[in-house]
Design a protein around this ligand. Structure first.
Ligand SMILES: Cc1cc2nc3c(=O)[nH]c(=O)nc-3n(C[C@H](O)[C@H](O)[C@H](O)COP(=O)(O)OP(=O)(O)OC[C@H]3O[C@@H](n4cnc5c(N)ncnc54)[C@H](O)[C@@H]3O)c2cc1C
Length: 400
């Protein structure tokens, strides 16, 4: 190995979930590494051009998700256009509609995330690929990584898998399940129409023009269309080329219809630089969220999330959904927690990613301090620590 370092907590992947985990762990005073294969924090929300921070509220006027998930929503618009809807700016239980969500500029969000991570004291390893977990028997004790310096090892008392695809968990031998995806692409475009609108309104917000092609909002395409898993290297490359072709066909058609001026009046401004898969691989955890479990009580709940599609559907997230059945020392967060069927549609988006990231950061920090593994923590201790941070755990905590 060319290099090594020791940490209390190592987080693999700096998407929204990994950022939240690293922020929480570092703020708890633990030596924390955040390892990201690109050079940008935010994952799909930034490099992936997914610029809608879905709601923290239930659609009936009650905020359900708090903590770093709410902090990141505000960071997403701190250095760019976008506004918290009227009624939510001042606090809780505001008005029923519009929901507590924002559209943001990915580049502005990246700058705010950098600032927050540095202030928290997290050790950023950018342009660094997590290659494999380091195992001691069935316990994970670090991450093998690769970057400009060569191969290295980051030893850690606890590891958080925030790769979005459960890469670390799968390689550590944890049981996993697969989802499927249809070809779809989101990208940010520029046009004279939007520029005129922005100038007319005196706001840059209309410039956040996200073009969405392929599947519907949940990513579904025609029943007969090809499905993609997104967990083989060959498939990822083919998916990216195929989805960019959708974009090319769109601009060819628009330019052909507009005539010679078409290409300078409407064009792609920023393309996603990571593959836009929604549901790839997830762990089969110690608990699994399934269809219809909204509104139900879970004894080891670590927070609440709302269904972004359905009004009034609120879910308690069991701690066990972050814990693989095998591989002690590991927590899994974000879009690859243990959640199946329609429940996966609820938990795979930005607010649950941030919430589960914060929970894992806190659990890892507690476990590292106590010299134990996250699966051996008393859920009641973790719940008490979350409550102390103002995070509601039960539907009743927010009056539901
Ligand atoms: C087309 C599309 C539209 C969507 N629309 C919305 C929407 O409107 N609103 C919403 O809230 N959600 C939306 N989502 C879902 C949402 O964006 C993501 O699911 C969420 O951001 C996931 O966050 P995450 O941190 O779990 O994972 P990711 O964002 O996938 O982050 C994983 C990070 O880990 C890094 N990584 C992976 N493997 C390694 C490795 N081996 N070594 C080092 N780093 C690694 C990646 O580079 C990445 O930065 C959409 C998703 C897609 C694909």
């Amino acid at each position: 190995m060319q290099f090594s370092a020791k940490y209390d907590v190592a987080v693999a992947g700096a998407g929204v979930a990994g950022v939240a985990a690293a922020l929480e762990s570092a703020r708890c005073g633990r030596r924390t590494a955040l390892v990201e294969k690109t050079i940008l924090p935010g994952g799909l929300a930034t490099t992936g051009m997914v610029n809608i921070y879905l709601p923290l509220c239930d659609g009936k006027g009650t905020q359900v998700t708090f903590g770093i998930a709410e902090e990141l929503l505000h960071l997403s618009i701190r250095y760019g256009p976008g506004d918290v809807p009227p009624g939510w700016a001042g606090g809780r239980n505001a008005i029923a509609t519009p929901r507590y969500a924002v559209a943001f500029n990915p580049a502005s969000f990246i700058l705010a995330l950098d600032e927050a991570l540095v202030a928290a004291g997290a050790d950023l390893w950018l342009d660094t690929l997590v290659c494999a977990p380091v195992m001691s028997g069935e316990r994970i004790t670090g991450l093998e990584v690769e970057n400009k310096s060569g191969r290295g090892v980051l030893q850690a008392k606890c590891v958080v898998d925030a790769t979005g695809d459960a890469d670390v968990a799968a390689r550590a031998g944890a049981e996993c399940a697969h989802g499927e995806n249809w070809a779809s692409i989101w990208a940010i475009q520029a046009s004279l129409d939007k520029a005129r609108q922005a100038a007319g309104q005196g706001s840059g917000a209309p410039l956040l023009d996200c073009v969405r092609l392929g599947g519907d909002d949940a990513g579904r395409g025609a029943p007969s269309a090809r499905r993609w898993r997104g967990t083989s290297g060959r498939e990822v490359s083919d998916f990216v080329v195929e989805t960019r072709r959708l974009l090319l066909d769109y601009y060819k058609a628009r330019h052909a219809a507009a005539g010679p001026e078409g290409r300078s009046n409407l064009f792609p401004l920023t393309l996603p630089s990571m593959a836009q898969f929604r549901t790839t691989r997830r762990i089969v955890g110690q608990a699994t969220l399934s269809d219809g479990q909204h509104g139900r009580h879970s004894p080891d709940s670590v927070g609440l999330v709302a269904d972004w599609r359905k009004v009034g559907h609120v879910w308690e997230i069991p701690y066990g959904t972050l814990l693989p059945r095998k591989a002690a020392g590991l927590l899994v967060v974000g879009r690859c927690i243990s959640s199946e069927g329609d429940a996966w549609q609820v938990t795979r988006v930005i607010p649950p990613a941030a919430l589960t990231g914060q929970v894992a950061g806190l659990a890892a920090a507690l476990a590292a301090q106590r010299g134990t593994t996250p699966d051996a923590l008393d859920a009641a201790d973790l719940q008490a620590a979350l409550r102390a941070k103002g995070i509601p755990l039960r539907l009743g905590d927010v009056g539901l």
